[in-house]
Design a protein around this ligand. Structure first.
Ligand code: UDX
Length: 454
C-alpha cells in the first residue's frame, strides 16, 4: 500500500553484527560467513572493524561498516604480532565498542565474534546482545584449547624437548609437539589468550567452526559432548560456501598475472609454494628454499611476501636465481591463492599448514608438503599426514637436498600419486557437504533459523 493507506510494511530486515580479529586468516572466514548469511537469510550485515589492518568498505558495498577504535598502540601495530594485538584490543575495546554499538541503531539480532575477542563479548552481554563465536581453526584445535588446563595438569605442557614425540592419548593423533604452541610469546601469555578463548566459547550462544562434518567427525562429536552449548555447527569450508571473491578482504594486492603463467604450464605440473600471511624464516633458510625449488626441476609458483624473511621489508632473491628459473618458475608477492589451487596446472602445495590454506587445498584436491611453523599449524600438518593421508611433513632443518627430495616425493613418486588420489576423494566430500542437502548447508540453515528466532 501507499503512504497513509494503512497497508502492511514488510518486517524490518534482521541485522547481524560481525567482528573479525583483524588478521588475514581470521578476516577471510568471517567475511565469507557474513556473505553467506547475507545471501541465504537476506540478513543485513554490519562489520565492526578496526584501524589496524582496516578493511576497505568500498569492496563490500552490500555491508555496513562501523569503525571501532582498536586501542592498538603504534609500536604494537608496526610489529604486528598477533598475540600482542589480541591483548591490546582486549584491553582497550570496551568504551569504544560500547559507543559504537550504541550508535548502531539497527536493533541487531546477534553479534558474531572471533573467539579471541572476549572483551567484545563482555560489552555485548552488558547490553543484552547474544554472541555467536566463529572459530577460524579446526575442530581439533578447539578441542586442544579446551584441554589446555588438563595438558598442564598432566605435564604435557609446557613441553620438554625430550617429550616432543610422546603421544597425547587424550587427543589422538596428536603428539606433544603438535599441541598449540608458539615461540613468539611467553607460555604464560599464550595460556592467558587460550583461557580467554575458552571463556568466550563457553559464554556464547553457539559456535560455528570453519570445518565440515566428514573432515573431523570424531572431533566434532567429542566437542559437542564437551561443550554444553545450544549449537555447535560445522559450516565450512566457508570460502566454498560463499559466492564472494576473496580479493574483497585480502590485505595485500593479489598478483593475478600468475594465472596467465599457470595457463601455459602442463596439467598437474606446478608446485605452489606459500607460507601464509605471518610465518617467517631466516635468510639462510630462504636460500635453501630458493635453490631446493630450482634443483627440483619442477615448475613452481612461489609467494615471497614482504617480511617472509625475518626483519626484511622487501626480500631480495638470491643472485642467479632469476636466470635459473626462466620459464619454469615464477615468484610473486601475494597470490590469488584459491584461484591458484583450483588451477589445473597446480599439482601440489608446499604450505605452512595454516588452517585456511589447508582447507583451500583440501577443497581443490591438491596434496601438500607441510612445513608447519607454530600455533595450530603443527596439528593441521599432523592431520594432513596421519589422518587424511593427503600430504607429509617436511621436518627438521631446511636444506636444499631435502627440499628437492620432498618435491620429487610429492610430484613424481607413487606415494605422492596415492596422496593425490586420497586428496581427490576428500575433494568430493567437500563437494558433497556443499550440495543443497549437504552437512554444511544444513549447518548454515540452522544458523539462519537461530538468528531469525531471536
Ligand atoms: C594464521 C595461522 O597461520 C593459521 O594457522 C591460523 O589458523 C590462522 O592464522 P595465516 O598464516 O594467515 O593464518 O595462514 P592461513 O590460515 O593459511 O591463511 C592465509 C590466507 O591468506 C588464506 O586464505 C590464503 O588463501 C590467503 N593467501 C595466502 C593469499 O590470498 N595469497 C597468498 O599469496 C597467500
Amino acid at each position: 500500500g501507499g503512504d497513509g493507506d494503512g497497508g502492511e510494511k514488510p518486517p524490518p530486515q534482521r541485522r547481524v553484527l560481525v567482528f573479525p580479529l583483524p588478521f588475514q586468516g581470521h578476516i577471510d572466514p568471517m567475511m565469507h560467513l557474513a556473505g553467506v548469511l547475507h545471501a541465504r537469510g537476506g540478513l543485513a550485515i554490519t562489520v565492526l572493524h578496526t584501524r589496524f589492518n582496516a578493511l576497505d568498505p568500498a569492496l563490500h558495498p552490500e555491508f555496513r561498516f562501523v569503525p571501532v577504535p582498536d586501542g592498538v598502540p603504534a609500536d604494537v601495530a608496526a610489529e604486528g604480532k598477533i598475540i600482542d594485538v589480541i591483548l591490546a584490543m582486549n584491553a582497550a575495546v570496551h568504551d569504544a565498542l560500547a559507543s559504537a554499538l550504541a550508535e548502531e541503531d539497527g536493533g541487531a539480532a546477534c553479534l558474531v565474534i572471533d573467539a579471541n575477542l572476549l572483551a567484545v563479548q563482555r560489552v555485548a552481554r552488558e547490553i543484552g546482545l547474544p554472541t555467536v563465536v566463529l572459530r577460524t581453526g579446526s575442530a581439533a584445535c578447539l578441542r586442544c584449547f579446551l584441554a589446555y588446563p588438563m595438558l598442564h595438569e598432566k605435564g604435557y605442557l609446557p613441553s620438554q624437548e625430550s617429550q616432543l614425540y610422546m603421544p597425547v592419548p587424550e587427543l589422538p593423533p596428536l603428539r606433544v609437539r603438535d599441541l598449540f604452541q608458539t615461540k613468539i610469546s611467553s607460555h604464560e601469555m599464550l595460556c592467558e589468550v587460550i583461557a580467554r578463548i575458552n571463556e568466550t566459547v563457553r559464554n556464547s550462544s553457539g559456535v560455528v567452526i570453519n570445518t565440515f562434518e566428514a573432515l573431523e567427525p570424531a572431533e566434532l562429536e567429542k566437542l559437542r559432548g564437551e561443550l554444553d552449548l545450544p549449537f555447535l555447527l560445522a559450516a565450512g569450508p566457508l570460502h566454498k560456501l560463499s559466492s564472494k571473491k576473496t580479493t574483497g578482504s585480502s590485505l595485500l594486492h593479489q598478483d593475478k598475472g600468475c594465472i596467465d603463467w599457470l595457463d601455459t604450464q602442463p596439467v598437474g605440473s606446478v608446485l605452489y609454494v606459500s607460507f601464509g600471511s605471518l610465518a617467517a624464516m631466516d635468510s639462510g633458510e630462504f636460500l635453501e628454499v630458493a635453490w631446493g625449488l630450482v634443483n627440483s626441476g619442477h615448475p613452481f609458483l612461489w609467494v615471497v611476501r614482504p617480511k617472509l624473511v625475518q626483519d626484511c621489508d622487501s626480500v631480495a632473491l638470491p643472485e642467479g636465481f632469476e636466470d635459473a628459473i626462466k620459464g619454469r618458475g615464477m615468484v610473486i608477492q601475494w597470490a590469488p591463492q584459491q584461484e591458484v589451487l583450483a588451477h589445473r596446472a597446480v599439482g601440489g602445495f608446499w604450505t605452512h599448514s595454516g588452517w585456511n590454506s589447508t582447507l583451500e587445498s583440501v577443497g581443490e584436491g591438491v596434496p601438500m608438503i607441510c612445513r608447519p611453523n607454530a600455533v595450530d599449524q603443527m596439528m593441521n600438518a599432523r592431520y594432513v599426514e596421519n589422518v587424511w593421508g593427503v600430504g607429509f611433513e617436511l621436518d627438521g632443518e631446511l636444506e636444499r637436498g631435502k627440499i628437492q627430495n620432498a618435491v620429487t616425493r610429492l610430484m613424481d613418486e607413487r606415494e605422492g600419486a596415492e596422496m593425490r588420489e586420497r586428496a581427490e576423494v576428500l575433494r568430493r566430500k567437500v563437494a558433497e557437504c556443499l550440495e543443497s542437502s549437504g552437512s554444511s548447508q544444513i549447518a548454515v540453515d540452522k544458523f539462519v533459523s537461530y538468528i531469525l528466532s531471536l
